[in-house]
Design a protein around this ligand. Structure first.
Ligand code: ADP
Ligand code: MG
Length: 262
């Protein structure tokens, strides 16, 4: 049975895609079978996983509109195979922006991804879904399919404010569409311990959310920012970098948490 996690936060540029791609690579490195689903029409997670979004023959768009299955649409990158951290990718590109409009009139519109994932459930240990920076129908498809939400956040002054909307949305989805859904944890990303404010916000988060805050902290690390321009996760680009190592630690923390669940 695959454990399905959405990486969500309605703010842009907070590290969702970096978290999705690098956690996928970290889990793969630990021997887990991973599917990464890109639900953002920008296709950054697709590109960052070694797949050219412009060359996708089938994508998550086709899966949501039920003109293809995940088995037909998923791809893998040779670059990641070579680096020993390969995972399957259900990619996205600009076409996905249209899905929002096309889905509105259709039945089960928010449960399309959930239904498609059920068919490949036995083939994976983890499914990670990279959500767009909105609480749209696409994000809703992710939340309806998931067992839990991973929320990457920067330890900045307004971080907690944005969280309220997300928490309310998750509560609504939990109540109306997906009783399995819960916040698995808050992941502190782009962390710079030299900045006092970041330390203070980090402490506030722990006071407020307790063990919902992951132990692993992802540091601000330039190698993580450089890797996408080579179409690689940090782990495949520079495995020895602090950023890549932090994501391997985070992957291990996720594996440990899952074991405690079952
Ligand atoms: P989102 O998907 O939430 O929009 P991204 O993952 O694309 O956010 O990250 C936004 C920007 O910050 C990107 O340029 C990315 O490379 C950079 N970034 C993300 N995490 C880190 C990090 N830990 N250290 C340095 N740069 C990072
Ligand atoms: Mg993104």
């Amino acid at each position: 049975m695959a454990k399905i996690f959405c990486v969500a936060n309605q703010k842009g540029g907070v590290g969702k895609t970096t978290t999705t791609v690098n956690l996928a690579a970290g889990l793969a490195k630990l021997g887990q079978r991973v599917l990464m689903v890109d639900l953002d029409p920008q296709g950054n997670a697709t590109m960052g996983s070694g797949i050219d979004k412009r060359e996708l023959e089938l994508s998550v768009y086709d899966v949501l509109l039920e003109s293809a299955s995940i088995e037909e649409a998923r791809v893998t990158s040779q670059k990641l195979l070579d680096a020993g951290c390969s995972f399957d990718v259900l990619g996205a590109n600009r076409e996905l922006a249209g899905a929002e409009v096309e889905l509105v009139g259709l039945e089960r519109r928010e449960k399309r991804l959930r239904a498609a994932l059920a068919e490949v459930d036995a083939q994976y240990d983890f499914v990670l879904v990279d959500c767009p920076p909105s609480l749209s129908l696409l994000t809703l498809n992710g939340l309806c399919a998931a067992h839990g939400v991973i929320v990457p956040m920067q330890c900045e002054y307004f971080a907690l404010e944005g969280l309220t909307d997300l928490v309310n949305t998750i509560k609504r989805v939990h109540a109306n569409l997906n009783p399995d859904l819960k916040i698995i944890g808050l992941l502190r990303v782009m962390f710079d311990p030299r900045i006092t404010l970041q330390q203070q916000v980090s402490e506030q988060l722990k006071d407020h959310f307790g063990d919902k805050v992951f132990d692993t902290v992802i540091p601000r690390n330039v190698r993580l920012a450089e890797a996408p321009s080579y179409g690689l996760p940090g782990l495949a680009f520079d495995a020895s970098s602090k950023g890549a190592q932090a994501f391997v630690a985070f992957a291990q923390e996720m594996v440990d948490r899952i074991q405690r669940w079952s």
